[in-house]
Design a protein around this ligand. Structure first.
Ligand code: NDP
Ligand SMILES: N[C@@H](CC=O)C(=O)O
Length: 371
């Protein structure tokens, strides 16, 4: 059995729980060797000697992390996990850099890490390198973070396969943000009618944005994804040196809360309408894009214009599109599909857990004496 503990059962973590419960309760599937034994958020935690039942997991907010749960203590929690028999994976579904900084400790204790949290892989290069080194042994603890770029789309696994088989990455170009894709697909097209602020509010309501939507609009979420792709491709790239175009209006950058930002955003609708009108006059649309330059180191993140017949111009919904130009693929290899939202992101995390359970030969036999 692969023991699983979920840190941060919010939007994505909650969707992962729903998918695990639905899978366990469906007679269509063979039982997976995955057993949820721990949940923790910033206030409460629960760690079980045996797997939580599908019924109690389905009501985790009341049945597991309700009033009677213990106060959260991450050290105690991780220590308990490290003492379990068999393979154990910690699934970090927070967006916290404090939690991300714990991965080296967890890995050194033999815990696997699975996460959609971009922080560990896009912040300080030494943290990324330490995590890479600690997870490099074929039979040792592993780190899977497919959902950090393109949510559930096979972006990092494709890049890893290209790199590991000796292809040369020339360029990776794409729309890497579900929020900004949704925003510009709906706002910047010849037949669009919605205001910029209304599109941002919809992206937030659909669960595409970061907890604070300014982290999407300021380009940092895309910058993190470009950094992750660059590093996986072998470049020593960092968000500090990457040119990033911030589209948050100057006077909204310092407002104290995300709610205040959302309330004041309509004041700037005419600014964005002007930008859009100029693009449309030139028979083009606005798209927010990222570039990883595998040759000259000219990676960047920016708002750009694309002609109406360009593949980026006809994107729909929250789709991401990622084009890998390599020595073997001079006509780019393209990955496209929904790139944000709880269900598709949880799918990316779930499939990483399945990969770990297969890689480490976990079986479905029940082990009731875990501690
Ligand atoms: N939404 C999407 O489409 C995508 C999201 N992601 C990434 O997935 C991650 C989760 O996003 P999302 O589910 O939307 O975020 P939410 O804000 O909905 O959930 C975050 C969870 O983390 C918990 N948390 C925060 N800090 C801590 C802490 N220090 N210790 C323990 N728990 C903590 C929160 O608990 P509490 O309520 O107690 O604070 C909450 O349960 C982020 O890193 C995001 O970038 C990646 C790809 C796509
Ligand atoms: N806020 C992000 C979520 C996934 O990484 C996005 O919009 O793409």
């Amino acid at each position: 059995m692969l023991n699983v503990a979920i840190v941060g059962p919010g939007l994505v973590g909650g969707a992962l729980i729903e998918q695990l419960v639905a899978h366990a309760q469906s007679s269509r599937f063979t039982t997976l060797p995955i057993s949820v034994v721990g949940l923790i958020n910033s206030k409460k935690m629960a760690l079980s000697a045996t797997s939580f039942s599908a019924a109690s997991l389905g009501q985790w907010q009341t049945a597991i992390l309700g009033d009677s749960a213990q106060p959260a203590d991450m050290d105690w929690f991780a220590n308990g996990l490290a003492g379990l028999k068999g393979a154990t994976a910690v699934v970090d579904c927070t967006s916290s850099d404090v939690i991300a900084a714990l991965y080296p400790k967890w890995l050194s204790w033999g815990l696997h890490v699975v996460t959609p949290n971009k922080k560990a892989f896009s912040s300080d290069l030494p943290l990324f390198q330490e995590i890479k080194q600690l997870s490099s042994s074929p039979r040792g603890p592993s780190v899977y973070h497919e959902a950090t770029v393109g949510a559930g789309l096979p972006v990092l696994s494709t890049l890893n396969d290209l790199v590991r088989t000796g292809d040369q990455i020339i360029k990776i170009e794409g729309i890497f943000s579900g929020t900004l894709s949704y925003l510009f697909n709906n706002f910047s097209s010849p037949d669009a009618t919605q205001t910029f602020s209304a599109c941002v509010a919809e992206a937030k309501a659909n669960g595409y944005t970061e907890p604070d939507p300014r982290d999407d609009l300021n380009g940092m979420d895309v910058a993190r994804k470009v950094t992750i792709l660059g590093r996986v491709a072998g470049l020593e790239i960092g968000i500090d040196t990457l040119p990033v175009e911030n589209i948050v209006p100057e006077s909204l950058r310092t407002v104290s809360t995300a709610d205040e930002f959302m309330t004041r955003l309509p004041e700037f609708d005419s600014h964005f309408s002007d930008l859009n009108a100029k693009a449309l006059q030139a028979q083009s649309v606005l798209r927010y894009v990222g570039f990883v330059d595998g040759v000259d180191g000219n990676s960047s993140v920016k708002l750009a214009r694309y002609p109406l017949d360009h593949p980026f111009a006809s994107l729909k919904g929250s789709d991401n599109i990622i084009a890998f130009t390599t020595k073997r693929f001079p006509n780019p290899l393209i990955v496209q599909g929904a790139g944000a939202g709880a269900a598709v992101t949880a799918f990316g995390v779930f499939s990483d857990l399945v990969k770990i359970s297969e890689r480490f030969g976990c079986t479905s036999s029940v082990d009731s004496s875990k501690f």
